[in-house]
Design a protein around this ligand. Structure first.
Ligand SMILES: [Zn+2]
Ligand SMILES: [Zn+2]
Length: 243
């Protein structure tokens, strides 16, 4: 007898494209929408030496051999506002294709599979609150969902933490970063986030979730707003990182 899950999966495949978005082979009973089993199984997590503060991969493990707390150049120059950030996968195909389908083409059917990838992450000992990086209300209207909230929700099936998604808000829409120089981008993001109810984050250890870590500016600005509101620690877990 077929389970309900099998039936639903088959129905889902009827309305989904028949080819893997990673390699183009025909899909059949592959468990992840849009991707064949070998492509998804081939996702390889980041595991090399990295800056213990911002997660920037180090070219060689030497930096950490004698001092495990060795920070990368940019963290030494200016300490991030967050306590620690880490990413699970490189932002490369096929995960990059999956995240683009998910975020820009509204393929929310990928939320479960992408969220499950976060389940493998080691987590800090004690956390009080889970928060997605917010998107601006105009972007939310256009996209109809916040991809980071969906990821946080799926991760929370494991963590079971209070999930806060309307306290940290984005005050200004982002201009696509490709259109801006680095300094203009920093300026665009400065004070772009605010905490509406500081009492709810005061003294809290917060886990912030986002899909992709690029320069880290976005999560750092979120962390600044949370620190200003009195948060004790801000940990930043992102699914992918540009390398
Ligand atoms: Zn494939
Ligand atoms: Zn660093």
């Amino acid at each position: 007898m077929q389970s309900l899950a099998d039936v639903l999966r088959r129905l889902l495949h009827m309305v989904l494209p028949g080819e893997c978005a990673g390699c183009g082979t025909a899909l059949s009973d592959d468990p992840v929408p849009f991707f064949c089993r070998p492509c998804w199984a081939g996702l390889s997590p980041l595991g090399g030496p990295a800056c213990p503060r911002c997660g920037r991969p180090f070219a060689s493990p030497v930096a950490l051999t004698f001092s495990p707390d060795h920070l990368c150049g940019s963290c030494r120059q200016k300490r991030p506002a967050y306590t620690k950030a880490w990413s699970l996968y490189p932002y490369t195909p096929p995960l990059r294709d999956a995240l683009r389908l998910f975020k820009y083409r509204g393929k929310v059917a990928l939320a479960d599979a992408l969220g499950r990838l976060l389940h493998s992450s080691a987590m800090p000992q004690r956390l009080d609150l889970l928060m997605p990086v917010p998107i601006h209300s105009s972007r939310l209207r256009e996209r109809e969902f916040n991809q980071s909230l969906l990821l946080a929700d799926r991760l929370n099936r494991r963590l079971q933490l209070p999930l806060s998604f309307d306290n940290l808000v984005r005050l200004r829409p982002t201009v696509p970063q490709t259109e801006l120089s680095r300094s203009a981008r920093l300026k665009n993001l400065r004070r772009a986030f605010a905490v509406l109810r500081p009492d709810d984050v005061r003294e809290k250890r917060i886990l912030l979730i986002d899909d992709v870590f690029t320069t880290g500016t976005t999560v750092n600005e979120c962390a600044k707003a949370l620190r200003k509101a009195g948060a004790a620690d801000i940990y930043v877990c992102t699914l992918a990182r540009t390398i």
